[in-house]
Design a protein around this ligand. Structure first.
Ligand code: GAR
Length: 194
């Protein structure tokens, strides 16, 4: 079996990235993580990737004259790793249409809500403020509209009395780490497509 090559884009902790790396340690897993790119040089996830012998690069958007040039450079890095697929894992920048269309169908994201509910930021805080009883996470294809691409997998968790954004996000994160490797396996096996 030839494994598909995957690049992961992060901005911080990288726990979802680590879940993908752990899954890919199983030789039967259909994808391997070949590179991790961060828009923050201090992202802790970069160290975790390096400890696993994975290539890393960081690129600060502020060093580029335009978003297009920043994103074109991200594409050059991903292409230098010969990636087949791209996973956004806590990559906290909105991507421009050119970059999204270049990778469309081959780029997925994990988002901490039951999409199409609660697109955007601060999902846990907003669910609690709304008195919601159910929350969760979604892996979806990335399309030009923010958090709008078709959903591949979701997991649900209850919102419990007394939950804070921290306790709720921790409950959701456990599920994120389960569904992201599953969704990437489905994609790279060709079981789902855009
Ligand atoms: C995760 O909860 C992920 O779903 C969320 O950021 C966190 C990153 O954590 N992503 C978004 O909010 C994207 N809009 P991680 O760096 O530990 O994977």
């Amino acid at each position: 079996m030839s494994r598909k090559k995957v690049g992961v884009l992060i901005s911080g902790r990288g726990s979802n990235m680590s879940a993908l790396i752990e899954a890919s340690k199983n030789p039967d897993y259909p994808a391997e993580i070949v590179g991790v790119l961060s828009n923050k040089a201090a992202a802790p996830g970069l160290l975790a990737a390096q400890e696993n012998g994975i290539a890393t690069t960081s690129l600060a958007q502020s060093k580029f004259p335009s978003r297009e040039m920043f994103e074109d450079t991200m594409t050059l890095v991903l292409e230098s790793w010969e990636v087949d697929y791209v996973c956004l894992a806590g990559f906290m920048r909105i991507l421009g249409e050119d970059f999204v269309l270049r990778w469309q169908g081959r780029m997925i994201n994990i988002h901490p809500s039951l999409l199409p509910a609660y697109k955007g930021l601060d999902t846990h805080t907003r669910v609690i403020a709304d008195g919601g009883t159910e929350h969760g996470c979604s892996v979806h294809f990335v399309t030009p509209g923010l958090d709008e691409g078709p959903v591949i997998l979701q997991a649900r968790v209850p919102v419990l009395p007394g939950d804070t954004p921290e306790t709720l996000s921790a409950r959701v994160l456990v599920e994120e780490h389960k569904i992201y490797p599953k969704a990437l396996a489905m994609l790279t096996r060709g079981e789902v497509s855009l």
